[in-house]
Design a protein around this ligand. Structure first.
Ligand SMILES: Cc1cc2nc3c(=O)[nH]c(=O)nc-3n(C[C@H](O)[C@H](O)[C@H](O)COP(=O)(O)OP(=O)(O)OC[C@H]3O[C@@H](n4cnc5c(N)ncnc54)[C@H](O)[C@@H]3O)c2cc1C
Length: 294
C-alpha cells in the first residue's frame, strides 16, 4: 500500500487527481478501523495531516463558520460551542476523549454513515460542504450531500476542504439514544435548530434511514403553527399538542430498519420522544433569552 503525504492543499488535489482510488485519511478513527479489520485494502492512502489549513477555522463576514475539514471534535466543543451549539452537542457524544481529539467533521462526512453524529446538526444548521479537485471548487448544500448508505456526493478526485456552518441565531439541540451512555453508535439521533431571524425551524434525523435526512413535514407544520399562533412575536408557551404532533411527524419522516442496535418500531418511538423534547427545550430557551419579544 502506498502512503502519500502531500504537504500542501494543491499537492493533495494533484495526488487525488492522479490516484482517484486513493483513500484520504484525516484523524484515521474510521479508516484505521477498516484497515485493521481488513474491511478495506486500498492501493494508496492520502494522509491529509500535514495540511495545516484543514485544522483551522475562521469566521467569515456573513457570520458563517468556515470549519477546516480536519478540525477535531474536541476543538469544536472548546472553541465553537457558542456559535455552533448543535454541532458541539453532537461532538460531545462522539466516542471517547481520544476519538474526539482525532476525529473530524470532514471524516464524518467522508464516511457518510447514517449514524454519524455530525450529520443531524449540520442538516439543522443548513451547512454547505466545500469540495475541491484540480478541476475547481464546488459548494454542496448539505441537503444534497448524502446519497445513500455510506455514499456521498463527492467525485472520486474530490476532497472536502471545509464545511461552512451559519453561526446559530437561536437555540439548537441534539439528542442521541445509544445502548449505553458513552462510546456508542447512535440507535437514533435528532437535531433541531430555531432560526428566529427567518422564523424557520430545521431538523436532522440520524441513524433512522439510509441517509441522514430532514423531517420536512414536521418543519413545515411547526413553522405554520408558530406563525399562525403569533408565538414568534408573543413569545408564548408552545402548546404540548403541537410539540407532540411535531414528534409524530419526525417519526413519520424516518425509514428505520431492525438491526442489532434496535428495532425499527423502537427507533420511530424514540425519535418522536426526542423530537418533542428537544423542540420544547429550544423553544423554552428562546423564550428565556428574551429573543421572543425582540
Ligand atoms: C472507538 C470509536 C468510537 C466512535 N464513536 C463515534 C460516535 O460516537 N459518533 C460518530 O459519529 N462517529 C464515531 N466514530 C467514528 C469516527 O470517529 C467519526 O466518523 C469521525 O468523524 C471520523 O473522522 P476522522 O477524521 O477520524 O476520519 P478518517 O477516519 O480519517 O476518515 C473517515 C472517512 O472520511 C474520508 N475523509 C477524511 N477526510 C476527508 C476529506 N478531507 N475529504 C474527503 N474524504 C475524507 C476518509 O477517506 C474515510 O472514508 C467512532 C470511531 C471509533 C474508532
Amino acid at each position: 500500500m502506498e502512503f502519500l503525504r502531500p504537504a500542501t492543499w494543491e499537492e493533495a488535489l494533484a495526488v487525488k487527481a492522479q490516484h482517484p482510488s486513493a483513500v484520504p485519511i484525516a484523524g484515521g478513527t474510521d479508516v484505521m478501523v477498516e484497515l485493521n479489520f481488513d474491511r478495506r485494502r486500498p492501493d494508496a492512502l492520502v494522509d491529509l495531516n500535514r495540511i495545516r489549513e484543514l485544522h483551522e477555522w475562521r469566521i467569515e463576514d456573513d457570520d458563517t463558520v468556515r470549519l477546516g475539514a480536519s478540525v477535531p471534535y474536541a476543538r469544536i466543543i472548546e472553541a465553537l460551542h457558542d456559535r455552533l451549539p448543535g454541532l458541539s452537542l453532537g461532538a460531545r457524544t462522539v466516542g471517547s476523549p481520544q476519538i474526539r481529539n482525532r476525529g473530524s467533521v470532514g471524516g464524518n462526512l467522508g464516511g457518510a454513515s447514517p449514524a454519524g453524529d455530525a450529520h443531524p446538526p449540520l442538516l439543522a444548521s443548513g451547512a454547505t460542504v466545500e469540495a475541491a479537485s484540480v478541476r475547481g471548487t464546488r459548494l454542496i448544500p448539505i441537503d444534497d450531500f448524502y446519497l445513500g448508505v455510506k455514499r456521498n456526493a463527492l467525485e472520486p478526485d474530490e476532497l472536502i476542504r471545509a464545511v461552512h456552518i451559519p453561526s446559530a441565531t437561536g437555540p439548537q439541540q441534539f439528542a442521541k439514544i445509544g445502548t449505553r451512555n458513552a462510546m456508542v453508535i447512535a440507535v437514533c439521533s435528532f437535531a433541531v435548530a430555531l432560526h428566529p431571524h427567518t422564523r424557520d425551524v430545521r431538523t436532522g434525523i440520524g441513524s433512522a434511514a439510509p441517509t441522514p435526512r430532514r423531517a420536512r413535514e414536521a418543519e413545515e407544520f411547526i413553522r405554520a403553527e408558530l406563525d399562525e399562533s403569533g408565538l414568534w412575536t408573543s413569545g408564548g408557551e408552545l402548546p404540548r399538542a403541537a410539540a407532540r404532533r411535531f414528534g409524530e411527524l419526525v417519526a413519520g419522516a424516518a425509514a428505520p430498519i431492525d438491526d442489532v442496535r434496535g428495532s425499527a418500531a423502537y427507533r420511530r418511538h424514540a425519535l418522536a420522544v426526542l423530537a418533542r423534547r428537544t423542540l420544547l427545550w429550544t423553544w423554552n430557551d428562546h423564550r428565556a433569552t428574551g429573543r421572543a419579544a425582540a
